[in-house]
Design a protein around this ligand. Sequence first.
Ligand code: HPA
Length: 270
Amino acid sequence: MSLDDAVARSAERIVASGRRPRIAVLLGSGWQPFVDRVRSPSRLPYAQLPAFPVLGVAGHAGELILGQVGAHDVVVLAGRKHTYESGDASVMKGVIATLTACGVTTLVQTNAAGSLDAAVRPGELMLISDHLNIVQRSPLIGETGNQRFVDLRDAYDPALRIQARATAERAGVTLHEGVYAWILGPQFETPAEIRMLQRLGAQAVGMSTVPETILARRHGLRVLALSMITNMGCGLEDEALSHSHTLAVAQAAQASAVPLLEAIVGELEG
Ligand code: HPA
């Protein structure tokens, strides 16, 4: 099946639910409990959506949930496929194309990240203001036509960031803001790499999000992205890094992060 056919069939399945969400929320590591905040949920496993990848990482269910958050119809994507799994940066291409075909106009992304800034602590949240594509891979390789030359100025929508900051302030939750550096992984960085990223102007580092932002901008979607800080970058403090450590810190941070995400999504305005 061609990707176009897979996208058309996936979109048909979603539209058949009778819902027309304009906001999609992509849940990364640590954010899965957000699915319980979706009211009147109906679920579609990724396996029933031919444009969607099959997932493999612990903590990622691979399920799409349609329902309501605040006043909005939303589609929540529980789980993403990472470039480090296959080396393919376009692995989420069919997902973002399907969302676009369904009428989604805003993509809210979440992830777990390491902090490069002493003032941004584990358990805290950071709004992504811009990114560094350290990997220098693109999900748009192979596309033809002028639409592939995507302008990434204001890729993380300034108006949506203002709204998110206002919601966090009302909720009394600290929300940092900074540049996210995408590294391929799956290994964590070396201390020398962390120092390099600091010098390049990044405040956080992680293994996801950037390909999806590029795809979303390619389709004209507005993007808002939130990092849950699970650790200080390697070598900044005396702590050993592991995926289970990431998930354990994320679990502790969920009590404030998940309600904040619910409020941010619920209060988003066009
Ligand atoms: N580096 C890369 N990805 C991450 C980290 C990190 O320190 N923490 C959580 N995801």
